[in-house]
Design a protein around this ligand. Structure first.
Ligand code: GLV
Ligand code: MN
Ligand code: MN
Ligand code: MN
Length: 427
């Protein structure tokens, strides 16, 4: 502990559990779908309202607020030595269609509350502490996940991709950002951060899996994040009349898509590991009429593994299947685009240790675990030492309206985060 901080302030961390619950509810009200579901899509009106809400909370907590060109939001508490690299924490507030109110949000509201907790305790950080709200962790609108953290990590390939990316209404990324007030968005590289900008990054998140709840353990300390990949596929056939065109003459783009979806499942299961997963979450048919043979189909495929090589093998097999299906069914494979094929990330030992000793000091049992979901931490790991703290959630539900974390679970997570930040800020 820093010399002019007695250890006493940190012995009684008081979380405003009720106030925090109210914030979850208020933020959840900025949604494009009815409660209890939450839908908050990048640069939509509700996303902008959510951003305003977060910036206001940051200001109320005495943080100085800054936004970068794409709307990553930073709230900084300058410590005793403001020239030192800051310790940062944060997550996202965008929400996929019909999801819940805790994914990501815990790591933003919980981080701001962790700052409040430290301030109330009388603690003074040595290194600055910074809360980050990342832009578009979810790939919903532009098909690229973790937009904010990918750019902060300076991934040029995705910055380039963004320049030509449109949403499903054909609105470009740049136009959408400008409409949300980010007029400087075309200066994407201004969002890149240097390695060493942060001495540590730690993200608080619901587990999104069932282990902590099943084992009645209040805290998870994440040691690694699985490797995600996503692919966009388009098939094109001739379409035609659903009654008049006879079966032998058809080249049905919809059936090609259906066959590829089943091939994805097969390749994933064939990996032989329970850790390999694959999902076809988007399957669109054109023109989308009951009596018209699909002339175009569009699939978006998500596949992940903790083993990068095994995940890459699945991606390659999916590609081979797409080619052979297009041959066999005489449809054109007009797009097979790997949007991202990211390596996994490992947490840094000194942050793991800080989180573990924080949990121990708070008398909270903890478990080391991997994250099968991805997070902005996956990309922050490229520019900063990283680790994550998990709390249990009801039945491990996430990405659906039933997602729930109890006030007690949230309070425990905020305490561990606060103490971890305090430790890291003096290292
Ligand atoms: C993030 O939302 C993920 O899909 O892991
Ligand atoms: Mn999510
Ligand atoms: Mn999340
Ligand atoms: Mn996520």
């Amino acid at each position: 502990i820093h010399e002019h901080v007695s250890p006493d302030p940190l012995s009684s961390l008081s979380v405003d559990t009720q106030g925090l619950q109210k914030q979850f509810d208020e933020l959840a009200s900025f949604s494009d779908s009815p409660a209890p579901s939450v839908t908050r899509i990048l640069y939509s009106e509700n996303d902008v309202l959510g951003r305003r809400y977060i910036k206001n909370l940051m200001s109320l907590s005495g943080l100085s607020v800054r936004e970068d060109a794409i709307g990553n939001i930073f709230g900084r508490w300058n410590g005793d030595e403001p020239e030192l690299a800051a310790v940062s924490t944060g997550s996202h507030t965008d929400a996929i269609p019909y999801s819940g109110k805790y994914d990501g949000v815990l790591g933003v509201l919980g981080a701001i509350e962790a700052i409040n907790v430290l301030k109330r305790s009388g603690f003074k950080p040595k290194r600055p502490l910074e809360v980050i709200m990342f832009t578009s962790e979810e790939p919903t609108r532009f098909g690229i996940s973790c937009l904010g953290s990918r750019l902060m990590a300076g991934i040029k390939e995705h910055a380039e991709l963004l320049k030509n990316t449109v949403d499903n209404q054909n609105i470009s990324f740049f136009d959408a950002a400008k409409a949300a007030g980010y007029s400087n968005v075309e200066n994407l590289s201004s969002a890149f951060l240097n390695k060493g900008s942060y001495s540590a990054f730690v993200e608080l998140h619901i587990e999104q899996g069932p282990i902590l709840e099943e084992e009645a353990i209040p805290i998870g300390v994440v040691t690694a994040i699985a490797a995600p990949a996503s692919i966009k596929v388009d098939f094109e056939g001739n379409g035609g009349h659903a009654g008049a065109a006879l079966m032998p003459t058809r080249n049905d783009a919809g059936l090609a898509a259906a066959e590829l979806a089943l091939a994805v499942e097969k390749h994933v299961l064939d990996s032989g590991s329970i850790d390999t997963v694959g999902t076809v979450g988007i399957l669109d048919l054109h023109p989308g009429a009951i009596n018209s043979i699909p002339s175009k189909s569009h699939l978006e495929i998500d596949t992940r593994d903790i083993d990068e090589k095994r995940r890459n093998t699945v991606v390659e097999k999916i590609h081979q299947s797409a080619l052979s299906i297009s041959n066999k069914r005489r449809v054109m494979l007009s797009q097979f685009k790997i949007i991202n094929q990211d390596p996994p990330a490992s947490s840094e030992e000194f942050i793991i240790k800080a989180a573990e000793s924080s949990a121990r000091e708070l008398n909270l049992p903890y478990k080391k675990m991997i994250s099968r979901a991805y997070h902005d931490s996956l990309f922050m790991a490229r520019i900063s030492p990283m680790a994550m703290i998990f709390v249990p959630c009801y039945k491990g539900y996430s990405h659906k309206p039933e997602e729930y974390a109890s006030p007690e679970a949230i309070t425990d997570g905020v305490k561990v985060l606060a103490l971890t930040l305090a430790k890291l800020s003096t290292q």
